[in-house]
Design a protein around this ligand. Sequence first.
Ligand SMILES: O=C(O)CCC(=O)C(=O)O
Ligand SMILES: [Fe+2]
Length: 321
Amino acid sequence: MAIPVIDFSKLNGEGRAETMARIANGCEEWGFFQLVNHGISEELLERVKKVASECYRLEREPLFKESKPVKMLAELVRRRDIAGDDAKRLDNIDYEDVFTLSDDNIDQWTSLTPGFKETMAEYRAELKKLGERVMELMDENLGLPKGYIKEAFDGGKENANIAFFGTKVSHYPPCPHPDLVDGLRAHTDAGGVILLFQDDIVGGLQILKDGEWIDVQPVRNAIVINTGDQIEILTNGRYKSVWHRVQSTADGNRRSIASFYNPSLYATIAPAPQLVDNKQAAEQGMEYYPRIVFGDYMNVYVEQKFLAKEPRFINAAVRAM
Ligand SMILES: O=C(O)CCC(=O)C(=O)O
Ligand SMILES: [Fe+2]
């Protein structure tokens, strides 16, 4: 079983209907799919890989060696070896190095690595456009007016372009005890549409599908798309946010660059009326998915990211009232 790989260039020709159907299937049955021939130039993607890796080596690696996950893992192992403690897994930390780029923190983007800022700005502009295109295809597949999802994320027509677009640059360095700590613990994503540029070679990302963890197989220069909790709410559960995790590995330093197209913190997200079966909702006495303000949702999410997702919907809705 492998995550669907979809040729995006086929949208422009005879294969359009079939490609739309494959995207719908990716959203409904998988929550994750990979795009190839997505229109982002190989030359740009090669530059992104280069500057991200150089940045890690030059600026991040020395810090990672002194970081909390490294120290906590060493301490756990020391206790096991010296004091004979049963080594329990570290279940409250991720073995990763990460920083986030957004338009709000552009002044603080790392500048030591030659070409980093320029390349990442160019990459983010391209990915943002791709994210908007993917959201429009979702609108179409769902029978929503074109631009519906983006407008919801902006918090309405009058607030054009205030949805949040952030880019997380992560590395999962070699881990001496991959059995004792995850690279990133299992979770669903809080926001909207996520566009992930993962390592060409070093794997580790897995999704939970029908009760089994399966690999998101590395495909060179593909962009992996997945949907977060806000798309689950907006689609009234038709597109579910899917659990995923990153396993740590003993060898190889996995690079992954995840861009998040999320609602503005002020946007209210609710099931699209077109997707609510009123009869069913009436029978159940309520609509299952609440109306939430995304900022309230994030306040709940930061506390509960690695816990079951359903209580988050309820907790965020209570706070929003
Ligand atoms: O690094 C990855 O491949 C996944 C990252 C991820 O799941 C996240 O940032 O939410
Ligand atoms: Fe995630």
